[in-house]
Write a protein that binds this ligand. Structure first.
Ligand SMILES: N[C@@]1(C(=O)O)CN(C[C@@H]2CCCCN2)C[C@@H]1CCC[B-](O)(O)O
Ligand SMILES: [Mn+2]
Ligand SMILES: [Mn+2]
Ligand SMILES: [Mn+2]
Length: 303
């Protein structure tokens, strides 16, 4: 397989400075060199450049609508192009609001795609249920067809077409949801494997149940959106919203390997690495965990 790497130095979906340096930190870890050494054909599209707009007033509490809405459009177009070029779109973030663009772009290129969201959080607050106004916690609400009636008109978001159904999504690693998200996940029937299910069934069974739910015939392109805060903070402290009791590195790697082994992995987001948070050791460990995650997975794509 071929892999197209897209850097997205986004930070406006949340409030901790530094996450925009995630792409640089992941590149410096040597992801591209290692994949190349392993025989993966890698195309590096560099980092997307986003025009900065200072006149960006919050709307209904949602912060940075203009910057995020316009950035997401660029991301969507780029991811679409990469997938249409028959490459796996590997997006290096940046905060999780970038997934508005990557999932929208993936669906534009592969309308039958399905989504595995690995995260401590559901990131499905609507602008009206969000406790923070940070778009990284709302990304999915703009994309899920069944939520359309609950989403108010947001300037610069009008171009976003909901492109995925609740039944096409599987969550893994959840352990910190807001009340509005809990209602949505329960009432929309989204497959949800929290850390409780990971403890109870083990990661292999959780993956089998996830695929049974969203990709039973193994014919659908898979979008894997990986928030580094899905991992336990002891191995991924350099992130904006850490939550105790997360996945081990081995569980994370297993997810990447199993999804890659399906041969249907078509897009991967690596998000929320913030090199400015935590000590140097914590940063290096966080980056290394993401490196191991992606190398283990994509190196299987060579076979
Ligand atoms: N649901 C949230 C939102 O702001 O919407 C609230 N939460 C922080 C809050 C801290 C106090 C205890 C309850 N949680 C962060 C999350 C977004 C994470 C976005 B991600 O991309 O990092 O997953
Ligand atoms: Mn998270
Ligand atoms: Mn997230
Ligand atoms: Mn986070």
């Amino acid at each position: 397989d071929k892999v197209g790497v897209i850097g997205v130095p986004s930070c406006k979906g949340q409030s901790a400075g530094g996450v925009q340096h995630g792409p640089k930190a992941l590149r410096q870890a040597g992801i591209i060199d290692k994949l190349t050494q392993l025989g993966v054909e890698v195309y590096d599209y560099g980092d997307l450049v986003f025009e900065q707009f200072d006149d960006d007033t919050p709307i209904l509490g949602l912060k940075n609508p203009k910057n995020i809405g316009l950035a997401a459009k660029k991301i969507s177009d780029q991811v679409s192009r990469v997938i249409k070029d028959d490459q796996i779109a590997l997006t290096l973030g940046g905060d999780h609001s970038l997934s508005i663009g990557t999932i929208h772009g993936h669906a534009a290129a592969e309308k039958n795609m399905c989504l595995v969201w690995v995260d401590a959080h559901a990131d499905i607050n609507t602008p009206l249920t969000s406790p923070s106004g940070n778009v990284h916690g709302m990304a999915l609400s703009f994309l899920v067809k069944e939520l359309k009636e609950y989403i108010p008109q947001i300037p610069h978001f009008e171009w976003i077409k909901p492109c995925i159904s609740a039944k096409d999504i599987a969550y893994i690693g959840l352990r910190d949801l807001d009340p509005g998200e809990l209602w949505i996940v329960r009432n929309m029937g989204i497959s949800c494997f929290t850390m409780h299910e990971v403890d109870r069934y083990g990661i292999d069974m959780v993956l089998r149940m996830s695929m049974q739910a969203i990709n039973p015939h193994g014919d659908r392109p898979i979008h894997l959106s990986f928030d580094v805060d899905s991992l336990d903070p002891r191995i991924s402290a350099a992130t904006g919203t850490p939550v105790p009791g997360g996945l081990s590195v081995r569980e994370g790697i297993y997810i990447a390997e199993e999804l890659a082994a399906t041969g249907k992995l078509t897009a991967v987001d690596l998000v929320e690495v913030n090199p400015l948070l935590g000590t140097k050791e914590e940063r290096d460990l966080t980056v290394y965990a993401v490196y191991m995650f992606i190398i283990s997975g994509l190196s299987l794509c060579v076979i």
